[in-house]
Design a protein around this ligand. Structure first.
Ligand code: FAD
Length: 278
């Protein structure tokens, strides 16, 4: 069982707990994206087990009539073991998702996985009627080209600033430069995308820009934010825009929880207060 202080950012260890949180968030007007925590598996059994869990989850989402989709990580589905392993597991998930009309997101990991992730998206999105999305990271210098290549496809693109520290030669490191690249990508996406755009950010300035561009271009978009981050704002936004909460869960919650605590002073204070009981 996860300790109560981690409950703010992680939905629990089991699929049942995650589905319960998803149902509760649906009740408050939020759609949800479920992600089982796990990455960089070097054991084939671990990748196959997560594939099976996602498949079970898709069936449960349908049976419970939840407003929910899933998000998978390529290295969780075995990319480190071979591209064929990843693609086999992804295809198995997508086939079941198609039967249950469930949208599947592919998270973007570090730069060593970018090509394989983008190729998997390109090759599956047409066959699955646009029911697939992929994440693109503004901190990578290549991303504007990737966006141009993917924009005509029917799926959705999730734009984020980027969570991985990448080599200087291929990435922007300064926060202000990443913000600039993110703004440029948002503008490019609203001009070029045929499918939908998802804004994966908690940044007011970026959300204002997206709302303005939506008015101008009419391109459909949604907002996605993490569980436990700016939840009041999430509910406010849900009144005017499609709003998804990204809900991580699973027994590998500790490092994810640690990252959330360390990324902002307020989160760290929240953790400390919970520990000392004030
Ligand atoms: P930041 O620059 O971190 O924050 C901007 C502003 O937002 C802050 O100044 C503040 O006003 C507000 N803010 C941010 N956090 C908080 C908080 N905790 N409390 C209050 N205000 C806050 N990255 C990947 O590399 N690959 C992925 O697949 C991926 N998927 C993601 C999916 C979702 C749904 C989200 C939300 C993020 C994802 N990310 C992913 C992470 C992303 O790349 C960023 O690291 C993360 O979102 C932080 O960037 P930000 O845009 O919120 O801006």
């Amino acid at each position: 069982m996860i300790p109560p202080i981690a409950n703010r950012f992680v939905a629990g260890e089991s699929i049942a707990e995650a589905l319960e949180v998803a149902a509760a968030q649906n009740q408050t007007g939020l759609s949800v994206i479920l992600n089982q925590l796990g990455e960089h598996y070097d054991d084939p059994a671990a990748a196959a087990s997560d594939r099976d869990d996602y498949i079970r989850m898709i069936r449960d989402i349908d049976a419970m009539e939840l407003d929910a989709c899933i998000s998978v990580k390529p290295t969780q589905l075995g990319l480190d073991l071979g591209e064929d392993v990843f693609r086999g597991h992804l295809d198995a998930i997508l086939d079941v998702a198609a039967d249950h009309d469930t949208f599947v997101w592919i998270d973007m990991e570090d730069h060593k996985t970018t090509d394989a992730t983008i190729e998997a998206y390109e090759e599956t999105v047409q066959a699955h009627d646009g029911q697939v999305g992929v994440c693109l990271q503004a901190n990578l210098r290549r991303t504007s080209d990737d966006l141009e290549r993917l924009a005509p496809l029917p799926g959705k693109l999730r734009l984020v600033k980027g969570a991985y520290k990448e080599p200087k030669a291929i990435s922007y490191r300064k926060r202000s430069r990443v913000d600039q690249a993110y703004r440029d990508l948002i503008k490019q996406a609203f001009e070029q995308c045929d499918g939908g755009i998802a804004m994966g950010t908690h940044d007011d300035a970026m959300l204002e820009l997206a709302a303005k561009l939506h008015e101008e271009h009419g391109t459909p978009y949604e907002v996605q934010m993490l569980m436990g981050v700016r939840e009041e704002l999430q509910r406010e936004l849900a009144e005017n825009v499609e709003m998804y909460q990204y809900i991580p869960f699973g027994d590998k919650w500790l490092s994810y929880f640690y990252r959330r605590l360390m990324e902002r002073k307020e989160n760290l204070l929240f953790g400390l207060r919970a520990v000392i009981g004030r």
